[in-house]
Every structure is written in structure tokens, then in C-alpha cells.
Design a protein around this ligand. Structure first.
Ligand SMILES: *[C@@H]1O[C@H](CO)[C@@H](O)[C@H](O)[C@H]1NC(C)=O
Ligand SMILES: *[C@@H]1O[C@H](CO)[C@@H](O)[C@H](O)[C@H]1NC(C)=O
Ligand SMILES: *[C@@H]1O[C@H](CO)[C@@H](O)[C@H](O)[C@H]1NC(C)=O
Ligand SMILES: *[C@@H]1O[C@H](CO)[C@@H](O)[C@H](O)[C@H]1NC(C)=O
Ligand SMILES: *[C@@H]1O[C@H](CO)[C@@H](O)[C@H](O)[C@H]1NC(C)=O
Ligand SMILES: *[C@@H]1O[C@H](CO)[C@@H](O)[C@H](O)[C@H]1NC(C)=O
Ligand SMILES: *[C@@H]1O[C@H](CO)[C@@H](O)[C@H](O)[C@H]1NC(C)=O
Ligand SMILES: *[C@@H]1O[C@H](CO)[C@@H](O)[C@H](O)[C@H]1NC(C)=O
Ligand SMILES: *[C@@H]1O[C@H](CO)[C@@H](O)[C@H](O)[C@H]1NC(C)=O
Ligand SMILES: *[C@@H]1O[C@H](CO)[C@@H](O)[C@H](O)[C@H]1NC(C)=O
Ligand SMILES: CC(=O)N[C@H]1CO[C@H](CO)[C@@H](O)[C@@H]1O
Length: 805
């Protein structure tokens, strides 16, 4: 513990020296610098290296390969010095040193006129922005062998995606030799499963149907933001420590498919059935991983895993946001700003976990048909026998704000326990130790994967197919994909449905047998016209740092499915860890594995339920793509590849069959912005309806401006809206709220289709604010207008000054 305190108090001499070296090495090939600067820098670096080499009497090994530092040697040396005078057990208490980096970047795509991703409702189009979306990147590297790394990305999106991942890897490859360590094996693109972001960026046809196809702008916003977040994380790489902890989160999630869950064996359920509030039907534990830099002991970020659907914002919401995980992440980041134990640029990732059968609508599912009844337990229908009136309720369901108040609350209910845990982590945390950082990835076709169950019986997976209950949706969003329960044959709302409805295939007898107990509605895995509808090839991936193993899941595992998967990996990892102490410095003999599951990642492979849940064929079972043995197949594949996470492993699995990249062949019926227009007597940004002269704190402040289509310029890393406060002492206006704030809303509406006219309303909900003082304020608006000729011109607007009291 003493070492730990020392570490917190400040960097030791050795640590500081290592940092200089690492830092210099990482920036080694900064080719953007002019030649003379580069020479100067190289000279300085060489001088520094030489001095340190002499100081540590390791000059014979210090430089090799024309000046490239041998990390392995150097780090070993540091570790030895650190451990000098104390027993090996102490290093388990402080954890091992890793190369750590965090970064965050804006991925907010088009916030209007594009179908929102998640509820699969063609009518749900964006009309503005509640909170910007981000990619948060976390890099972990082995300090002994810095080529051993992984990048875990948390995107405020519905899921990861094949086309997005392809482009991210391509763009990383273009960034030069420094980024050569990142590739297919070690990059995980996970989504928070928010249902409140723009859609039209996914690789396969099915989600494109409701979004009227693919939108390059929506797609590029994500890809570019992800790459920028990785660059920022990479540039911040430095030695540090990881500490894990777990806490219980109450009131932030509820089971969504109890009837199916109860089909799992009683003795299995009993293991998790602690009380009536925590009966195991949904996972209540959150795992948190703290990133802490060695130089001064400050935390640079956290990564958490907790399962809850991103469906707090309801299907009638049209404002873009990161849903409850986005709220939790920004609350954490804002709470950490300026704290003495936290570094500048602190990043909080709230990653999704075994999300399949969870809901944030914690008051349960009710029939909004005046009956006052709960929806049917078996099939979530109401008295009319249909699911349309069944709606799950969030904590503030009575407030008719499309779920915004409930969303904020569920975000807060994740943030608060995470923050408590973070504050107590020095006492309650488990240091991550063991020098190994490993990753594997392979593509696997699930069309017909044959493997043995535990009892030796061989079973197989099947080409993807969706069952009838898929079309019924869930109580979080009933009636998906234009289908109604009694009218499955006549989808008519989307032009893409029109085009492809003739192509829907009647499943073969073999396919029906393979999916048995699932009546097939959409035989998606056997239709390749115009291109595949859902993935048949999935990403099998896992990461390991010390005793922590991260399963990267392409689908939404249900609560019990996630437990079985993690349980199997835990057993496998125990063997791995105990067999993986080749040297005494490995020092992991007494360390229990910690296993987490993150996803939906890399692609969107719908759901992963247990075989028992599958047999019930509620939404989650009907959406389990590859048949009743889908989960067991994933478990087999993860376990089969687990040896690649062993410290002695120097190889990677074969890449497997590449999934198709549909980015350039995707259909699109989405039209771009034609032009913007305005009244002859007005300018863009002019105020149409101004603020009042004064408001009591708690009121909602609004102003309306002559607007233009925000698709002309996404203003990534910038803002559409802001609140400014007049700082009397300095005599300047300072921005206090912007697009990253939940309380400030940007709303856009078209007022004339023919003339291209539109209005923008900026709304500030001061009722949500804490710690906002009295003073003089104004609302700001930034936009970009497109002329008939196609020229895009930026403009800005400002409301009158108002007083808040
Ligand atoms: C780096 O140094 C270590 C320890 O001396 C040695 O085992 C290793 O082979 C060296 N690496 C290279 C690439 O030379
Ligand atoms: C599970 O769902 C039922 C409603 O179907 C609800 O009464 C119960 O409280 C839920 N339990 C948990 C732990 O979410
Ligand atoms: C939990 O245990 C109680 C008491 O045995 C039982 O009534 C209940 O059905 C169990 N819940 C689940 C979800 O298994
Ligand atoms: C739903 O379940 C109820 C019983 O809980 C049953 O009466 C009804 O027929 C079922 N509806 C459908 C569409 O399966
Ligand atoms: C949105 O949908 C919910 C659930 O059906 C409903 O209660 C609410 O009135 C709707 N409208 C708004 C603005 O929230
Ligand atoms: C699936 O694979 C098994 C074994 O590899 C083979 O016997 C079977 O014919 C295949 N089924 C299909 C539908 O391709
Ligand atoms: C997974 O299935 C393969 C056959 O496809 C089998 O050879 C292997 O032993 C299985 N692995 C595990 C860990 O069960
Ligand atoms: C193995 O388990 C499966 C699924 O539970 C079952 O269908 C099969 O009959 C079992 N095989 C044997 C040999 O018990
Ligand atoms: C798609 O088209 C772009 C631009 O022409 C090109 O750079 C990219 O490589 C193409 N991608 C694929 C997968 O064909
Ligand atoms: C928005 O405000 C946050 C502080 O809450 C700040 O960190 C960020 O840089 C601002 N964004 C822009 C684009 O000014
Ligand atoms: C500094 C410190 O914490 N030292 C401890 C290292 O571990 C040994 C044995 O476990 C303890 O006795 C020391 O107090």
C-alpha cells in the first residue's frame, strides 16, 4: 500500500524518466514538423536518452535499431527498481504498469430529416439536437511489448458496424507507422445502444430499409469521429495503472422478458436470486475500470459496463442524444472537471453489457388504452390482442417529453453509483496486474457452424432468420419495421420495402428445421438481393489485460446468456492465468479473473438468447439470428480462441471469411439539402421570436431564429447552440452551455418546402440547472445556409440579453 500512496503523491524519479522516454519515442516520427525542428528534436531526444542510459548504467542495451528504444528491456528495468526492497506480493497490490491512453471526439451526424436508428420506425425523423454524440476511445498497451495493445471504443450509437469498422481500420492504416499496431485483431467498435441517434450508416440492408437507405454523411461523421478519438487516445499514451471495481446499481434497469427468463432452469436462476428486488432477472452489477497515469497518479478516464437498453427516449422523440448512457458519461466527465485527482481531458465511457432483455423503463410495461392494466406477461399484448398500446414506463413517464426526464434520471442512476465507486476505488478496487495485454479477432460464418455441446452432442447454427415476434417489437418500442401483428404481409411505409418486398424468400425446409421453434418471418440470411440483409459472418473477439478479460459481443446477449458466456470464459481464463506465470514478475497466481462483456460491437448481429429463452420466442428469442444454439456457438468460438490471450501467445487466429463491405453499393433514397431560403427582409440568424427580458431560475428560455438546414455543416467539434453569460469583471461574454449540455436544445423545422425556409428554436431548460447564478445571459445560434447555386455560407445569431434571477 505504501507504494500506492507514493504513486498518488507524485511521480518517482524513475517514473518521470520513463515518461520522458516513452513520450519521446511515441512522438518519434512526427513528420509534420519541419526538418530542422525534427533534427533538433531528435538531437534532444538522443541527448536525453544518452544521459539516462548512463545514469542507469544500461547503455549497452539502451539503443538499438537505429535509435529505437527497446521497451521490453527498459520496462523490465523500471519494474525491478520499483520492486526493489519489497516482496513480489506488493506489486499485486499496486497493479502492473501499462501503456494507457484515452480520447474523445464528436460523431454527431445529421440531426434532422434522417431516420433515427433503433426503433425501426420510418416516421421517426430527427428534428434537432439534445446532446451531441461522441466516440470515446480507450487504449491499453503492454509496457514491455508496446505492440501488444487494444483499442476499446464506446460510441453513442445503436451498435458497432461492419462498414464503420472497415473504414476506421483503413483510415488508421493511413495514419502511418505509429498506428501500425492497431488492426483487425485489436480494435473493438462498441455501441452504447442508444436509440436516439441518426441512422442510415449501417452495412446491411435490414436497418437501411426504415432509414430509406444509406447516408454517407451520417456514416462519415461516425468514422471520422472514431478515428479522431483514437488519435487523441494514442497521442495521450503514457504509463499508468488500471484498477477495477464493482458496484450495485439500483433502479436503473428492469427485466423486459421475464416470461422467457423463467424458462431458464430453476437451479441456475436461484444462483442469482438474492431478493425480490434483485431476483437475478436482470443484472444489477456495474464493473468499473479506472485509468490512472503513473506520472502524477491522476485518473485519466473510466470505463464501465452495465446493461440497460438505450430506450429511455421514446419512439416519439425526434431530438438526437446519447440516451441514458450519454447522460451518464457527460455527468461523470463534468463532475470530474477540475478535480485534483483527475487529469485534464478525463474521459468516461459507459459501455453497454448484457443488454438483451433489459429496459430502462423501470416502472414496467402498461397498456396505454385506458384499461390501467399491465401488458400480458406472456406476449406483451393489451386487451385488443395487439402490442401497439403496450408501453414501458420510465420513472417520469407522466411528463410528456418523449422520455427526456426519465432518460436524464436513468443516466443519473448510473452515474451516481459509478462516481461513488470511483471515489472509493483506492479502498475497494482490485489492481489489474500481470504484464500481458492480448487481443484476438476472427470472422466466423454462422451459416452452418457445427460444434459439440457440453454433453458431446453435435449441433449447428443456421443462416440468419428473424421470427414473427421480431415484427411485434417490445414494450420499449412496439410494432417495429412497419409490420403489425395481424398484418405481416403488407409493409408499405418505406420505398425500400416496396422495392424488396418481392424478394422476401420463403425459407427452405432445412432452414425451418434448423431454426425450429422459431417461425420464420424474414429469412434474412438467405437473401443476397440486392445485398445481405443481416450479417451471416460475425466478429469473434476478446481482449485481455492482466486478469481482466473483455468479451466483445456482436449481438445483444440477454442477462442469462451473458452470464453463461462470461462464466465459461471465467473458467477458461482461470486456467490461462494459472498457467501463465512464466516469470516471477508475472505475479498473478492469486489473482481471480475479472470477465466483462461489451457490445453490441463491430457489427449488429441482433440478439443472443439462451436455448431455453429461444424456445419461448418472445422478441429476444425471435431476434436470435442463427438458431437455438447461437449462444453455445459464441461460447465455443470464444473458448476455442482463448489461448490467443495467453502471455506466451505470439500468433493470431486466421482472419476467417471477410464479411461484405456494402458501403459503396448501398441503396439510398435519401435526398440531400437542395437549398435554403429566407424572407427578403431577413438575414439568416435574425431573431424571429426573442427571449423575455427576465426569467426566474427554473423557467424555460426560448428564442426562434431564421434558420438553415443543419445538414449543410454538421459542425463537428463545434456547436449549433450556446448560452453565454456576461462576465462583468472581465467585460466579456463567456460560453457556459453548448450542444454537449442536456439542458440546451436545438430544434429545427421547415416552414416552406418550396422556398427552402426553416426556423431554429434554441431552448434552455434552466429547471435542470444546478449552480447557475443570477446574471445577464443570451442565447446564440450558429448555422450554415446553402444557396441555390450550392454555395454554403456560415452565419450566426444572438438573442437579446435576458436576466436570470
Ligand atoms: C530487448 O531487450 C530484452 C531484454 O534485454 C531482450 O530480451 C530482447 O530480445 C530485446 N528486444 C529486441 C527486439 O532486441
Ligand atoms: C421483472 O419484471 C416484473 C414485471 O414483469 C417486475 O414486477 C419485477 O420487478 C422485475 N424485476 C426486476 C428485478 O427487474
Ligand atoms: C426468486 O426466488 C423466489 C423465491 O424462491 C421465487 O418466488 C421467484 O420466482 C424467483 N425469481 C426468479 C426470477 O427466478
Ligand atoms: C397473448 O397471451 C394471452 C394470454 O396471456 C393470450 O390470451 C393471447 O391469445 C396471446 N396473444 C397472442 C397474439 O399470442
Ligand atoms: C410519447 O409516447 C409516450 C408513450 O406512448 C406517451 O406517453 C407520450 O404522451 C408521447 N408524447 C410525448 C410528447 O411524450
Ligand atoms: C452443415 O455442415 C455439416 C458439417 O460440416 C454438413 O454435414 C451439413 O450438410 C451442412 N449443412 C448445410 C445446410 O450446409
Ligand atoms: C468448438 O467446436 C469445435 C468444432 O467446431 C471443436 O473442435 C472444439 O473442441 C470446440 N471447442 C470447445 C472449447 O468446446
Ligand atoms: C445434449 O443436450 C441437448 C440439448 O440440451 C439435447 O438435445 C441432447 O439430447 C443431449 N444429448 C445427450 C447425448 O444427452
Ligand atoms: C468506396 O468508394 C470510395 C470512394 O470512391 C473508395 O475510397 C473506397 O475504397 C470504396 N470502398 C469500398 C469498400 O469499395
Ligand atoms: C462545450 O462545453 C464544454 C464544457 O461543458 C467544453 O468542454 C467544450 O469544449 C465545448 N464545446 C465547444 C465546441 O465549444
Ligand atoms: C510496502 C508494503 O506494503 N509492504 C508489504 C509488502 O508485502 C509484504 C508481505 O505481503 C508485507 O509484509 C509488507 O508490509
Amino acid at each position: 500500500m505504501a507504494e500506492y500512496t507514493l504513486l498518488k503523491a507524485g511521480p518517482s524519479e524513475n517514473e518521470r524518466r520513463t515518461d520522458v522516454l516513452l513520450d519521446e519515442d511515441l512522438k518519434r516520427e512526427d513528420t509534420r514538423l519541419p526538418k530542422t525542428d525534427r533534427r533538433k528534436r531528435i538531437a534532444t531526444r538522443l541527448a536525453t536518452l544518452a544521459l539516462l542510459c548512463i545514469a542507469f548504467l544500461v547503455s549497452q542495451f539502451c539503443l538499438e535499431n537505429q535509435g529505437i528504444l527497446n521497451f521490453s528491456y527498459w520496462s523490465d528495468g523500471v519494474q525491478d527498481l520499483e520492486n526493489h526492497g519489497s516482496s513480489q506480493e506488493n506489486s499485486t497490490q499496486t497493479g502492473s504498469k501499462y501503456l494507457l491512453g484515452v480520447g474523445k471526439a464528436d460523431i454527431t451526424g445529421p440531426v434532422v430529416e434522417i431516420n433515427m436508428m433503433g426503433y425501426a420506425d420510418t416516421k421517426q425523423l430527427g428534428s434537432g439536437l439534445r446532446q451531441r454524440l461522441y466516440s470515446r476511445a480507450f487504449i491499453v498497451g503492454d509496457i514491455h511489448n508496446p505492440k501488444d495493445r487494444f483499442i476499446y471504443l464506446v460510441l453513442d450509437t445503436q451498435s458497432g458496424d461492419t462498414a464503420v469498422r472497415y473504414a476506421v481500420l483503413e483510415d488508421l492504416a493511413k495514419l502511418g507507422p505509429h498506428y501500425a499496431a492497431y488492426g483487425q485483431q485489436n480494435v473493438a467498435v462498441t455501441g452504447t445502444h442508444s436509440h436516439s441517434g441518426p441512422g442510415a450508416w449501417l452495412n446491411y440492408l435490414l436497418p437501411q430499409i426504415t432509414s430509406k437507405g444509406f447516408d454517407k454523411q451520417s456514416y462519415r461523421a461516425i468514422v471520422d469521429g472514431v478515428v479522431l478519438s483514437i488519435k487523441r487516445a494514442h497521442e495521450s499514451l503514457q504509463p499508468g495503472y488500471l484498477t477495477a471495481g464493482t458496484t450495485k446499481v439500483t433502479g436503473a434497469n428492469i427485466n423486459r422478458s421475464l416470461y422467457a427468463y423463467l424458462a431458464n432452469p430453476g437451479e441456475e436462476r436461484a444462483q442469482y436470486n438474492a431478493s425480490s428486488e434483485d431476483d437475478g432477472s436482470v443484472e444489477k452489477h456495474m464493473t468499473l475500470l479506472r485509468f490512472q497515469r503513473a506520472s502524477d497518479g491522476k485518473s485519466t478516464g473510466i470505463l464501465t459496463w452495465f446493461p440497460v437498453h438505450g430506450t429511455s427516449m421514446l419512439g416519439n422523440n425526434s431530438l438526437i442524444s446519447g440516451d441514458n448512457k450519454g447522460v451518464a458519461a457527460t455527468l461523470f466527465e463534468k463532475s470530474a472537471t477540475g478535480a485534483s485527482n483527475v487529469a485534464e481531458g478525463f474521459v468516461a465511457g459507459f459501455s453497454q453489457a448484457s443488454v438483451g432483455d433489459t429496459s430502462p423503463n423501470v416502472l414496467g410495461a402498461w397498456c396505454e388504452d385506458g384499461s390501467g392494466q399491465q401488458c400480458s406477461f406472456r406476449n406483451s399484448t393489451c386487451s385488443d390482442g395487439k402490442s401497439q398500446h403496450c408501453h414501458a414506463r420510465g420513472p417520469f413517464f407522466r411528463i410528456k417529453d418523449s422520455g427526456a426526464s426519465s432518460c436524464y434520471e436513468i443516466g443519473k442512476r448510473q452515474f451516481e453509483p459509478a462516481r461513488d465507486l470511483f471515489d472509493n476505488l483506492d479502498k475497494e478496487g482490485i489492481p489489474i496486474s500481470g504484464s500481458s495485454v492480448k487481443a484476438f479477432h476472427t470472422f466466423q460464418s454462422m451459416s452452418n457452424f457445427t460444434f459439440p455441446l457440453k454433453n458431446g452432442t453435435y449441433v449447428q447454427t443456421c443462416p440468419a432468420a428473424l421470427g414473427y415476434s421480431f415484427a411485434a417489437g417490445t414494450s420499449d418500442g412496439p410494432g417495429a419495421f412497419d409490420f403489425t401483428q395481424n398484418d405481416p404481409g403488407a409493409p408499405s411505409a418505406s420505398p425500400v420495402w416496396h422495392m424488396v418486398s418481392g424478394l422476401i424468400k420463403t425459407p427452405s425446409k432445412a432452414q425451418q428445421r434448423c431454426h425450429h421453434l422459431k417461425p420464420i418471418l424474414l429469412d434474412v440470411g438467405e437473401i443476397e438481393i440486392p445485398y445481405l440483409w443481416t450479417p451471416n459472418i460475425v466478429d469473434i473477439q476478446a481482449f485481455r489485460v492482466g486478469q481482466l478479460v473483455i468479451i466483445v459481443s456482436p449481438g445483444e446477449a440477454t442477462t442469462m446468456a451473458g452470464r453463461r458466456w462470461k462464466g465459461a470464459v471465467y473458467e477458461g481464463a482461470k486456467t490461462l492465468l494459472s498457467s501463465s506465470s512464466p516469470s516471477s514478475s508475472e505475479n498473478v497466481k492469486s489473482v481471480e479473473p475479472i470477465v466483462v462483456l461489451g457490445g453490441p460491437a463491430n457489427s449488429y448481429a441482433h440478439y443472443i438468447s439462451t436455448t431455453e429463452e429461444y424456445s419461448i420466442q418472445r422478441y429476444e428469442g425471435a431476434s436470435t439470428l442463427y438458431g437455438p444454439h447461437t449462444l453455445d456457438a459464441y461460447i465455443n468460438l470464444t473458448l476455442s480462441h482463448l489461448p490467443f490471450l495467453s502471455p506466451s501467445s505470439t500468433s493470431s487466429p486466421p482472419p476467417g471469411p471477410l464479411p461484405p463491405n456494402n458501403v459503396n453499393r448501398s441503396l439510398s433514397f435519401i435526398t440531400g439539402v437542395v437549398y435554403d431560403g429566407k424572407s427578403f427582409f431577413k438575414a439568416y440568424g435574425d431573431v424571429l421570436v426573442d427571449v423575455h427580458p427576465s426569467y426566474a431560475l427554473g423557467a424555460t428560455v426560448r428564442a426562434t431564429f431564421v434558420g438553415a438546414n443543419p445538414r449543410n455543416n454538421l459542425r463537428l467539434e463545434q456547436t449549433f447552440a450556446a448560452v453565454e453569460r456576461y462576465e462583468e469583471a472581465k467585460g466579456v461574454w463567456e460560453q457556459i452551455r453548448n450542444d454537449s449540455d442536456w439542458s440546451l436544445i436545438y430544434k429545427w423545422r421547415k416552414t416552406s418546402e418550396v422556398l427552402g425556409r426553416s426556423e431554429v428554436e434554441i431552448v434552455w431548460e434552466t429547471g435542470m440547472e444546478r449552480g447557475i447564478g443570477e446574471g445577464r445571459y443570451r442565447l446564440r445560434y450558429w448555422g450554415d445556409a446553402k444557396s441555390v447555386g450550392g454555395k454554403i455560407t456560415a452565419f450566426e445569431g444572438s438573442s437579446a440579453v435576458f436576466v436570470l434571477f
